[in-house]
Write a protein that binds this ligand. Structure first.
Ligand SMILES: O=P(O)(O)O[C@H]1O[C@H](CO)[C@@H](O)[C@H]1O
Ligand SMILES: O=c1cc[nH]c(=O)[nH]1
Length: 235
């Protein structure tokens, strides 16, 4: 049991799938896992542990933004001996080369955030995925015949902004999309020597305003979910 996760030691699997949204976590537990146990509901941020094709997997939310995933991923790695976290999130595309429902495997996350610097004295503003999970996600995508693009993304503290021009850091590092958590997940994993990856589904195309609905963000992300689960059983 940690400050923000009520599970007992041993109730969380070595590999955790982590969406931002607690209801996406519940959707995955209800529809993709068997023998499911709700192991934490502190703050209504649900964590479930169950079986996927016979292998134990946990799924639980990070909440939105760097501070929130900073807390949950740190507690999972340090208090529950989790080895691997696969974030499964939505993102906004910065380019019309991407369309809604496109799938991205995050190679590096760039951020203006001071999280990595002040938490762990990591000075870089571009952090890599950690460990071998990124490669296993690529392997699983091939097996599932999914079109998955490896890319750099921008982890921003901002969802709504006045100026829709491409942020400087996104230009600097060729970021094709924006979300709000991967940089902190990668920072925690880098500091702690753990595995971390991020798969994203494009939910918004910022230049055109194309977007999927709130309900679709909860329940219409099956290819990303299957890709993460098929990878989890390889870990
Ligand atoms: O769909 P999730 O995983 O929540 O990810 C994205 O969606 C939220 C914003 O709507 C932010 O958390 C962003 O990173
Ligand atoms: O952070 C995010 C997530 C989805 N869509 C966006 O535009 N930004």
């Amino acid at each position: 049991m940690s400050v923000h996760i009520a599970a007992k030691k041993g109730e969380i699997a070595k590999t955790v799938l982590q969406p931002g949204d607690p209801l996406r976590a519940k959707y995955i537990a209800d529809n993709f896992l068997t023998d499911v146990k709700l192991v934490s509901k502190t703050r209504n941020v649900f964590y479930f542990t169950g079986l996927y094709k016979g292998k134990e997997v946990s799924v639980g939310a990070s909440g939105m933004g760097i501070p929130s995933i900073g807390i949950y991923s740190y507690e999972l790695f340090t208090e529950f001996d989790v080895d691997t976290i696969i974030r499964i999130g939505t993102c906004g595309a910065y380019t019309t080369d991407l369309k809604v429902y496109d799938l991205l495997n995050v190679e590096h996350a760039a951020s203006e955030s001071t999280y990595a610097k002040f938490a762990w004295e990591i000075e870089e503003d571009l952090l890599s995925h950690q460990g071998n999970t990124f490669g296993l996600i690529n392997d699983s995508a091939k097996e599932l015949a999914l079109n998955l693009k490896a890319t750099n993304i921008h982890t921003s503290d901002i969802f709504y902004r006045k100026n829709l021009a491409l942020p400087e850091i996104a230009t600097k590092y060729n970021c094709t999309a924006v979300e709000m958590e991967a940089f902190a997940l990668f920072a925690n994993a880098q500091y702690l020597g753990k595995n971390a990856a991020t798969i994203l589904t494009v939910s918004d195309v910022i230049p055109t305003g194309d977007q999927i609905s709130a309900d679709q963000r909860e329940t219409a992300l099956t290819p990303m979910i299957e890709l993460a689960l098929e990878t989890a059983i390889k870990m």
